[in-house]
Design a protein around this ligand. Structure first.
Ligand code: NAD
Ligand code: MG
Length: 391
């Protein structure tokens, strides 16, 4: 039996993970659940269905409401950022699924690594912020980081049985998002609803906007650099609107290995949960004769500057990716809140990157401090721009 602690239980990845746990009751079991706490009724339902030994919610008030909804014996209830980290560290789990969204996942994911737990990583923002420190900690503790992100799961599968030294480059595929064919001049006027309409994947709001700006692919370049320990210029992006080839690895002899399948996050999530084994899933099967055509093209970094900004932050290194990520989170939230327009997202990030502190990141504490400072600064910038009003 594999025991799982799930960070981000109420999210898109979290609920999908729970469905898979329910489908393999002899094999998978929930040890701990964590979420923000905005939907206590849902968390109470999940507790009744999955009987976790411990639950951590960011919001302490939500913990009180949950306690009132659950009859004894209740799971151990924890709250606040420390509660989330304690759950990741202490709940007796074989795998911690890191599926919070954004920088909020950094401390609990680090706590899981420091406790020596295998981490199934969906929360790419944590690796963007602290890739060097996180992978070093994982190496020290002998912890495996298993990718959940579909592209990285694909690369991980394409690397199996090969020598890392033989990699020429990694080709991350991108759907291109909802604005792949929208002329650049029209991007200024796109709405939140337009941006939330992703052509191939159904996901949480933040990553859906990241997919529309292509920042998601930028974050994934940084994620791949750290997960697979390759040089930044060895990670390249190719737009593939059908989302059938999930990514590829090109080797030094020119051979390219790809992983294909229908677009369904259940597949990479289950692979991370059962790794190194595979299990049958009810997921739709790939029928290439019905797909007919697979197409590939260069990404347009002029139309989607976020891709360029992410690469620049990776090349600059140190605190720049922390700045990139924090500025992006604030800008995306402001866009979702209709306070700034779609093209302002990249603009806000570019300004923030201009003020990146120099030097290497020495500690997670330093990373957390820079993250908080950038959020404050970028929020101020957004407030000044909008005069506190909605766009
Ligand atoms: P989501 O918004 O659907 O869910 C986020 C979860 O995190 C929720 O459980 C929420 O309660 C919790 N959360 C949010 N803010 C929090 C905070 N400050 N403190 C504690 N908990 C908090 O997001 P998602 O789409 O499931 O994505 C989760 C992560 O997985 C992201 O990093 C995303 O980039 C990555 N990812 C998602 C998909 C996908 O298909 N959804 C695919 C690849 C990677
Ligand atoms: Mg992805």
């Amino acid at each position: 039996m594999k025991r799982i602690t799930l960070l981000g239980a109420t999210g898109s990845i979290g609920l999908r993970t729970l469905d898979l746990v329910a489908s393999f009751p002899e094999e998978l079991q929930i040890a701990g659940l964590a979420a923000r706490g905005s939907n206590v009724d849902l968390i109470a339902d999940l507790c009744r269905k999955y009987s976790p030994r411990a639950v951590a919610l960011l919001d302490a008030g939500a913990v009180d409401r949950l306690a009132r909804q659950l009859p004894a014996p209740r799971p151990e209830l924890l709250s606040g950022p420390e509660g989330l980290a304690a759950l990741a560290r202490d709940a007796d789990a074989d795998v911690v699924v890191s599926a919070l969204v954004g920088g909020a996942g950094l401390l609990p994911t680090m706590a899981a690594i420091q406790a020596g737990r295998t981490v199934a990583l969906a929360n790419k923002e944590t690796l963007v912020m602290a890739g060097s420190l996180m992978t070093a900690a994982a190496r020290r503790r002998g912890v495996t980081l298993l990718p959940v992100d579909s592209e990285h799961s694909a690369v991980f599968q394409c690397l199996a049985g090969h020598n890392r030294g033989d990699i020429h480059r990694i080709l991350l595929t991108a759907s291109g998002g909802p604005f792949r064919e929208t002329p650049k001049a029209k991007l200024a006027a796109v709405t939140v609803e337009d941006a939330l309409r992703h052509p191939t994947w159904k996901m949480g709001a933040k990553i859906t906007i990241d997919s529309a700006t292509l920042m998601n692919k930028g974050l994934e370049i940084i994620e791949a650099r750290w997960l697979f320990d390759v040089a930044p210029d060895q990670v390249q992006v190719v737009v593939h609107p059908q989302s059938i080839v999930h990514s590829m690895v090109e080797y030094i002899d020119g051979s390219v290995i790809a992983q294909l399948g229908v677009a369904d996050m259940g597949v990479p999530i289950l692979y991370a949960l059962t790794y190194p084994e595979r299990r049958p899933t009810p997921a739709a099967r790939l029928d290439l004769t019905r797909v007919g055509r697979l197409t590939f093209q260069e990404p347009d970094t002029d139309k989607f500057p976020c891709l360029r900004l992410a690469r620049a932050a990776l090349e600059q290194g140190g605190a720049a990716p922390v700045v990139l990520n924090a500025a992006n989170e604030i800008a995306v939230a402001a866009f979702l809140d209709r306070r700034i327009g779609f093209i302002d997202i990249a603009d806000v990030i570019e300004r923030a990157l201009g003020g990146s502190p120099a030097g290497e990141l020495r500690s997670i504490d330093e990373c957390v401090a820079i993250d908080a400072e950038v959020r404050r600064r970028v929020q101020q910038l957004v407030d000044v721009r909008t005069g506190g009003h909605r766009a």
